[in-house]
Design a binder for this molecule. Structure first.
Ligand code: ANZ
Ligand code: ZN
Length: 849
């Protein structure tokens, strides 16, 4: 038979699907609905292997659900705003819009080559005014509901990209894109009140059973609910009209271990005393270098400045503590001030050692260890309180309760809850983003753009010759009249964080009318997304923002959905070996060849050092471009490889051998189908299960159908692949028969979600009507799932001597007869008749000799 030719088949079937609208989701089919979504790509220019893997997984599930009678929504779009387009504009002198739309066209064509079952009629790009105009409408709804506000705030400023970064975008003190050391600045920024939803977002995690535990935990930590005590330290002498300040602690039980108090560098008291204290002012300036994230402050060296002020210990009138300004105290968390307990907090201990402050143990794991000194490690384990006056002997929990009770009774503090989650700063000083639909008027303040004037469209004529925000420099765009009083006013030139764009695209996919963000009833009929698939790098940012946005829309009555993504799956990465030339430059896999003496650079013959297997990335040059692979092997082999070699949550090492193996399997499938065609239908149309061998094959088939279904549903694609290999092996061993013919036909249905082009081609060549994509998933005959042969142990005087294979449920005397006829038993009995034979049906025959 001729080989399967993917170059012809892929294009042919892709055209057929497109022409027939096979994968268009109908809002009103009456079938049960399934919404399968992969995180939409950023249009960087080319599809990479990570995309291919991600979308293949979603595609298999989407096609599988269709075959099981669901109306499936499986859409695709583009997360199209953001910095890289502006970087390209600066470097290559192309307009960000032109660059982005060209990339979208190129990547759309690439995706289409892989044969994904996508509803392209719902394609959207966030940089399209049709999309971002509706986002502006939603923003204004939230503004009217009081969920948007503007405030002066200290921000992470990326001096290279000249933009504000969210905390999440600062990694080890550097901008996530530019890598520049982040500075702090005060700017007027727009915020979304995500903190209003902290409790809901935390509680909601409990309902997300189909989310990875690790992602829920990351979100829980990010939201960071802390319960403790807020109390007031009285200053021994007032300063700048202040007679004290509040601190927050989660460990009030350790109050007798306090050895200092510390305030943030931007605490009002620090600011006030710095006015007459140049040394302190200099220290504060130093603290402002570096990022504002908690993780950051955790790792930075602990530094402090002794203010000379002292505070009164709240539980001991004869005890005062020094007050420091410290770089590890965050103004934005709790009250921006703490008491330090070095014995039981590592930061405080590092600090105390550096500044020679006392370290008093107040928690001991056992009474004997009460006097045990603290070395370089704070003790944070369990135990009972010691050196703590009336608290001695209590557990931490009881101590906490007791101190809170005393504080509340004495009126110097109260039990409280503090959240790590901050409001979401969404202002970006960039051009390529959704314009914030606000107009600033001197008389009226911040005025929303009237909805009938939306969308506020980005101006086309902008220049990127100098850094900063081109919208600020535009000669006319920001000059508008105030919608309220008509006076000359200024358009907001900040654009929205692109995470806003991705916070609701899944709703717009479900319903995209021209005149509103979405139709509520239609959107609700699809949502929540049944299965969302994407990278774990979005465990916090994107997934939390999308959850918040959905809840915010619910609160303002726009949609009745709590959680946008019912199931979440985070797939592993595609990896590859890395290669280095002798001069240290990274080499791409294409530049490297095998020689007798090991790997060498093909051009120069230099020896190559093989580095670690790492995530494919441009910087390490270890990427494999999907396009030439598709040219060589076709879509199905690539898809099959993406599913086969690793569990989907683990990394998948790309290998030449792997794709070759997939290619061979695609050809094997083709051969099986072709043979069947050649043998003619008379060889296999008829009753299945005619012989024992046929019955065994029938059982194998039905077990495989059930296993593949279960494995696809749990996204264990590699296991489904293994099931299919086994079935193919069994089929290849069998001789021509109706059971074999049936097994091949069913095999094609099983692989249809994975290698859809081959499956369509084979389906047609078998003379089947219609598309295999529209065919029903094969039914499982439960009777065939049961093994109908059992292994019987044959014992002589209680000792295992032989085993038999017998039909399940065989009669006692039949089993006895089989056992006594066994060669081994005949030999053992040496012609003597057994004294007694005990038969346990389906289990054993015991012969008493
Ligand atoms: C005294 C103490 C003793 C503390 C002890 C801890 C251990 P979580 O659990 O993350 O909420 N803290 C409070 N406000 C802070 C701020 N603005 N910047 C930096 N640190 C701050 O952490 C709460 C603990 O972090 C608080 O409890 C406080 O230190 C510190 F053995 O108070 B603790
Ligand atoms: Zn006005």
């Amino acid at each position: 038979a001729a080989r399967f030719n993917p170059l012809e088949a892929d294009a042919h079937w892709q055209k057929v699907w497109e022409e027939r609208g096979t994968f268009h989701a109908s809002d009103a089919s009456g079938k049960p609905k399934a919404y399968i979504l992969e995180m939409f790509p950023y249009p960087s220019g080319r599809i990479h292997m990570g995309h291919v893997r991600n979308y293949t997984m979603g595609d298999v599930l989407a096609r599988y659900r269709r075959m099981n009678g669901f109306e499936v929504l499986h859409p695709m779009g583009w997360d199209a705003f953001g910095m890289p387009a502006e970087n390209a504009a600066m470097e290559k002198k192309v307009h960000p819009g032109a660059w982005t739309w060209d990339n979208i066209a190129a990547m759309r064509a690439q995706l289409k080559r892989i044969g994904f079952a996508l509803d392209w009629s719902r394609e959207l790009a966030t940089c399209d005014p049709a999309y971002y105009g509706q986002e502006q409408a939603l923003f204004l709804d939230l503004f009217e509901a009081g969920l948007v506000y503007r405030k002066q705030s200290e921000v992470n400023w990326d001096p290279v990209d000249m933009t504000v970064l969210a905390n999440e975008q600062v990694i080890d003190g550097r901008g996530w894109r530019s890598g520049a050391l982040v500075e702090r600045r005060k700017l007027s920024q727009w915020f979304l009140k995500i903190t209003d939803f902290a409790e809901e977002l935390l509680d909601g995690l409990g309902s997300l059973e189909d989310w990875p535990e690790k992602v829920r935990l990351m979100q829980e930590n990010w939201i960071g609910k802390s319960q403790g005590l807020r109390f007031r330290f009285a200053l021994t002498e007032p300063v700048a009209d202040q007679d004290g300040f509040e601190v927050f602690t989660t460990r009030p039980d350790t109050i007798f271990g306090a050895s200092f108090a510390a305030i943030a560098a931007d605490h009002p008291i620090a600011t006030a005393i710095a006015e007459n204290n140049p040394a302190l002012a200099a220290f504060i300036d130093e603290c402002k270098k570096g990022g504002t994230t908690a993780a950051e402050l955790e790792t930075a060296e602990k530094k402090g400045f002794d203010t000379g002020l002292r505070v009164q210990h709240p539980l001991d009138p004869n005890w005062t503590l020094p007050v420091y300004v410290a770089n590890f105290v965050l103004m934005e968390y709790g009250t921006g001030a703490v008491f330090g307990c070095p014995a039981h907090d590592q930061r405080d201990l590092d600090f105390a050692r550096k500044y020679g402050l006392p370290v008093t143990r107040v928690v001991a794991p056992s009474p004997e260890e009460a006097a045990e000194p603290i070395g370089t490690e704070a003790y944070t384990g369990p135990g009972r309180l010691v050196n703590s006056a009336f608290l001695d002997g209590l557990t931490a929990q009881d101590g906490i309760r007791e101190v809170i009770a005393r504080a509340e009774a004495g009126g110097w503090g109260e039990g409280t809850t503090v959240w790590r989650l901050r409001d979401w700063g969404v202002s970006r000083q960039r051009y390529w983003g959704t314009p914030i639909p606000i107009i600033h008027c001197e008389a009226c303040g911040a005025v929303p753009v009237p909805k009938d004037q939306l969308p506020v469209v980005l101006p086309e004529d902008v220049s990127f010759d100098i850094p900063g925000n081109p919208l600020d420099r535009h000669p006319t765009w920001s000059k508008v009249d105030c919608p309220t009083c008509g006076a000359a006013a200024r358009r907001e030139t900040d654009t929205l964080d692109t995470f806003v764009d991705s916070s609701w695209y899944f709703i717009r996919f479900a319903s995209q009318p021209a005149d509103q963000p979405f139709d509520r009833a239609v959107a609700e009929s699809w949502l929540p997304v049944d299965q969302y698939i994407g990278g774990v790098e979005h465990a916090i940012l994107h997934l939390l923002y999308a959850r918040f946005w959905t809840r915010a829309l619910k609160r303002i009555g726009r949609i009745d959905v709590d959680e946008p993504f019912q199931g979440l799956f985070t797939q592993g990465m595609v990896t590859h070996e890395t290669y280095k030339a002798p001069d240290g430059r990274w080499l791409s896999p294409g530049e490297v060849v095998q020689s007798d003496g090991g790997l060498i650079v093909e051009e120069s013959g230099e020896a190559v050092t093989v580095g670690r297997v790492e995530k494919m990335s441009k910087s390490k040059r270890n990427t494999v471009d999907p396009e030439p692979i598709l040219d060589q092997y076709g879509a199905d082999a690539v898809r099959w490889f993406m599913l086969s070699d690793s569990p989907p949550e683990r990394d998948l090492p790309w290998s030449e051998a792997g794709i070759e193996g997939s290619w061979r399997f695609v050809q094997r499938l083709w051969r099986l189908a072709s043979e069947l065609v050649e043998q003619g239908s008379s060889t296999w149309l008829g009753d299945t299960g005619a012989s024992e061998a046929d019955k065994a094959l029938d059982r194998k088939l039905h077990q495989t159908i059930a296993a593949v279904a279960a494995n696809v549903e749990s996204l264990s694609f590699n296991k489904a692949v293994a099931n299919i290999y086994e079935l193919a092996n069994a089929i290849e061993k069998a001789g021509p028969s109706p059971s074999r013919g049936q097994a091949i036909e069913s095999l094609l249905l099983l692989v249809a979600p994975m290698v859809p082009h081959l499956a369509e081609q084979a389906w047609t060549s078998l003379g089947r009507e219609g598309l295999i994509a529209d065919a029903a998933w094969p039914d499982v005959d439960p009777a065939l799932l049961v093994e109908d042969e059992v292994t019987i142990a044959v014992q002589v005087n209680g000792k295992l001597r032989d085993t038999l294979t017998a039909p399940k449920g065989a009669a006692k005397d039949a089993l006895e007869e089989m056992a006594l006829g066994s060669e081994k038993i005949v030999r053992l009995l040496e012609g003597k008749a057994p004294r007694k034979v005990i038969v346990v049906p389906d289990r054993l025959v015991n012969i008493v000799a």
